[in-house]
Design a protein around this ligand. Structure first.
Ligand SMILES: Cc1ncc(COP(=O)(O)O)c(C=O)c1O
Length: 482
């Protein structure tokens, strides 16, 4: 593992890239940010980027591309069928993920849709380390249910457990036995478990899951959207792999899965997605659904330019200096917040820093969505757009009852190579102020609730005039400062 020490002893992440194209940012006054919140239904998904200063909503499709990716886009072989760009992508998938067969799809959830249509039916149960919103929505949409099988330490906010994304092996076996292996179409493992703070699983855990899958003749599917980051944390935290390289770790993990799918918006800093495997039987089970829903099997609804960028981006996923930037910045932010006593998920994971809204906003009941309220409050006082990952992101149960999330998190995503350290310090500064004034944050209630994936387009309103009071305090403390 590469390390650069500072003579001063300071522990700060050093960027191993240079910036050659930039995009201007605006920080609009707090009065405009308040208006924008009302216009967007207090839902950060519905904000317009003209009102956003630092966009920490997600890393999906927002990672910075490399010069080599942009250059590759110029050699796109636009053809409906048999494009050479697709051949290059196939080669990259084989080299990086070790799978011979590839079915392209337009993004990660399209793979989840196709996999669920092919394998899930009423009565199916899909065990997983933890759900991702779109994966769960497609499984339930096709009549199935999910079982989340993490160890209890996964839910401990302030922990030093290195692999909180590990599947609970004993519970996995018990679940399969109780439900009947015939009703378990596949086991889903998600790399760097998104909704519990970007926490990884160990390679040993994946081997143990594989052994259970083999024992009961069940397929193992790996969601590899954040596989590069999971591999990076394996390199840092799993003794057996401390002298390995990223390429070896990635290949070791993908070799354990029968089917690997991914959102290219994440893994390869491009657009698109894919499903890859070595089994012709699995390929055939999924193949027909690709032209039906996505596009011909050599482009799958993805622009051919993005296919070129995806191929290069997959190779770059093996580059530790590229992957390390985002987890390095996240760790910097998480450690600084923790030092100030702000409750944040530890150890630092990948994807973003995750604040525990249940503690920050302990005075807001879960029925009033503390994580959504914290996301709105942070935007108001800083222009920083984060994402609610709590009960608003949960779906109602089959009887229409609200289901409350295990964790109420405000996620501040750190897309690869997008922000500078001074911007991260600004986020830290505003979070410190907000934490000191947290009692001024109030709750939210739904005024418009879509039936599926409500967090995307749902509209909410504050339960009181707390946003105005928070703004008044900000102005009293910061004067004319934006
Ligand atoms: C772990 C994981 N799986 C699947 C997806 C869905 O991918 P997409 O947004 O490309 O549809 C995401 C997206 O954020 C993700 O984080």
């Amino acid at each position: 593992m590469q390390q650069i020490k500072f003579y001063s002893g300071e522990n700060i992440p050093l960027e191993l890239h240079k910036v050659r194209i930039v995009q201007k940012l605006n920080l609009v006054p707090i009065e405009r940010r308040l208006e924008a919140l009302y216009e967007g239904g207090f839902n950060t998904f519905r904000l317009s980027t003209k009102d956003v200063f630092l966009d920490m909503l997600t890393d999906s499709g927002t990672n910075a591309m490399s010069d080599n990716q942009l250059a590759a886009m110029m050699q796109a072989d636009d053809a409906y069928a048999g494009s050479q760009s697709f051949i290059r992508l196939q080669t990259a998938v084989k080299d990086v993920l070790g799978k011979d067969l590839l079915l392209p799809v337009h993004q990660g959830r399209a793979a989840e849709s196709i996999i669920s249509i092919a394998y899930v039916k009423k009565g199916s149960l899909v065990p997983m380390n933890y759900h991702f919103t779109t994966a769960m929505a497609h499984i339930t949409h096709n009549g199935g249910k999910i079982a989340e099988l993490l160890y209890p330490e996964a839910y401990v906010i302030n922990s030093d457990h290195p692999f909180k994304g590990n599947m609970n092996i004993e519970l996995l076996e018990e679940t399969i036995v109780n439900h009947g292996a015939a009703n378990v179409p596949f086991i889903r493992m998600e790399a760097s478990t998104n909704l519990i703070g970007g926490q990884p699983f160990s390679v040993q855990n994946l081997r143990d899951v594989r052994a259970v899958a083999d024992k009961y003749g069940i397929r193992l599917i790996l969601d590899a959207s954040l596989l590069g980051e999971n591999a990076y944390l394996v390199l840092q935290r799993e003794e057996e792999f401390k002298n390995s390289n990223m390429a070896e770790i990635i290949r070791t993990m993908t070799a354990l899965a029968d089917l690997v799918y991914f959102s290219a918006r994440k893994i390869s800093s491009s657009r698109g997605g894919g499903m890859c495997m070595n089994s012709m039987e699995i390929y055939k089970e999924l193949e027909a659904l690709v032209p039906l829903y996505e596009g011909f099997t050599t482009y799958g609804g993805i622009s051919i330019r993005e296919i070129e960028a995806m191929a290069v981006g997959l190779y770059e996923t093996q580059d530790e200096t590229m992957i390390c930037q985002s987890p390095g910045f996240i760790k910097y932010l998480v450690d600084s917040l923790h030092e100030k006593g702000i409750p944040v998920i530890r150890p630092a994971g990948v994807l973003g820093a995750h604040l525990d809204a249940m503690q920050v906003c302990a005075h807001i009941p879960q029925t009033e969505y503390p994580a959504g309220a914290l996301a709105a409050a942070l935007f108001l006082i800083s222009g920083v757009r984060g994402m609610e990952r709590g009960s608003i992101s949960n779906q109602r149960d089959e009887d229409g009852n609200e289901t409350y999330a295990d964790m109420e998190l405000l996620r501040l995503a750190m897309p690869r190579r997008v922000f500078t350290l001074s911007q991260v310090k600004y986020v830290e500064d505003r979070l410190n102020w907000l934490y000191d004034n947290r009692e001024l944050i109030g709750g939210l209630r739904f005024v418009y609730e879509p039936p599926v994936l409500r967090f995307f387009m749902g509209g909410l309103e504050p339960t009181s005039d707390w946003p105005q009071k928070l703004m008044a305090k900000f102005k009293a403390d910061f004067g004319e400062s934006l």
